[in-house]
Design a protein around this ligand. Structure first.
Ligand code: SF4
Length: 325
């Protein structure tokens, strides 16, 4: 066990001091130092989703981003061990794309309401009901569901994937709101499933209007997992990566992100001139991943993510088709 006393001048603390008070840093510093040492010893990298808390995102992660970026970058790493600081379907996707590597999830119970909304049997029934209609599955789904699908998509590339298939009608799973938001932008007919993200479904158009009244001039950026009524009220809609790029490029004086609340902390640290208004909707699944659990994963080399090889081959094909398009 490696425990390091709090050092106010720690260069890592400089990165996050705007959002983490010294008293909290005192709790984090020992785990951070231990994780950095364990990464070297284990030849490991840590991939962290944009919804991870700043002490993970800015202090121990090697690769950060949205689901698509993590999936892509996971394929480039030379490390033998990948720790996925994110929810289970992300760890599964990293394993699909890196079958020879050891992929560790710090908490196997870090799930997702979207991924839990549909099973492989549901997808098979849909295929029977709509023969010949391609199935486009959002990466926020289990490997078993991906395996029953023709191609995957992310919130960043969903429209491109749907249109790239060159067909008049597709089935899009499992996020109903993402499907409706894509349907509003394309002439392709979309048959949707009724899964929802429990974080984004809580935002409403009335909340956006109230925020605009309380914070005049605020730029409203929404994630496409939000209900269409929220997207209709927003100034910009995009994936977490697209929202971060928008803020970096346009530097709005005041911004509100209609998405998981750690995202605002992470982007705010990179854009100190931008004022962030923070309605806080936490993802309880993302928040299961903590520094002590990442440290334990590296100490014990658990929990290794495994996927049935027959399922993995078919699921990998759906992800690789997306990456190729
Ligand atoms: S934020 Fe929503 S989509 Fe993302 S992991 Fe949490 S429940 Fe799933």
């Amino acid at each position: 066990m490696l425990d390091v006393p709090f050092r106010p001048a720690d260069p890592l603390y400089e990165r996050v001091k705007a959002v983490i008070p010294p008293v909290e840093w005192a709790f984090f510093a020992g785990d951070i130092a231990a994780i950095l040492e364990l990464k070297r010893a284990r030849n490991a990298v840590i991939l962290a989703h944009n919804y991870q808390t700043p002490e993970i995102f800015h202090c121990v992660a090697d690769i950060v981003g949205d689901s698509l970026a993590l999936a892509r970058e996971a394929m480039k790493t030379d490390a033998q061990v990948i720790v996925l600081a994110g929810v289970h379907f992300m760890a599964e996707t990293a394993k699909l794309l890196n079958p020879a590597k050891r992929v560790l999830s710090p908490d196997l119970d870090a799930g997702c309401s979207l991924a839990a909304s549909i099973t492989a049997a549901d997808v098979r029934l849909l295929r029977e009901r709509y023969p010949g209609v391609p199935i486009v599955t959002y990466v926020n789904s289990s490997a078993a569901v991906k395996a029953e699908s023709d191609i995957c998509c992310t919130s960043a590339n969903a429209r491109k994937i749907v249109e790239g298939l060159g067909v008049p009608r597709v089935i899009m799973l499992p996020d109903e709101y993402l499907a409706q938001n894509v349907a509003a932008q394309t002439s392709v007919e979309i048959i949707a499933w009724t899964g929802h993200c429990e974080v984004h479904e809580r935002f409403s158009a009335a909340e956006v209007r109230e925020l605009r009244q309380r914070y005049p001039g605020v730029s409203v950026l929404a994630h496409p997992e939000c209900p269409p009524e929220v997207v209709a009220e927003a100034d910009f809609t995009g994936s977490t990566a697209a929202m971060a790029d928008y803020i970096g490029k346009y530097q709005p004086a005041r911004v509100v992100l209609m998405t998981e609340c750690s995202m605002s902390d992470n982007v705010a640290l990179l854009n100190p001139a931008v004022e962030f208004i923070r309605p806080c909707n936490l993802c309880p699944h993302m928040k299961r991943i903590t520094l002590p659990k990442i440290r334990r994963a590296l100490e014990t080399m658990r929990h290794a993510v495994t996927i049935d090889p027959a399922v993995a081959d078919r699921a990998r094909r759906a992800v690789e088709r997306m990456l190729a398009l």
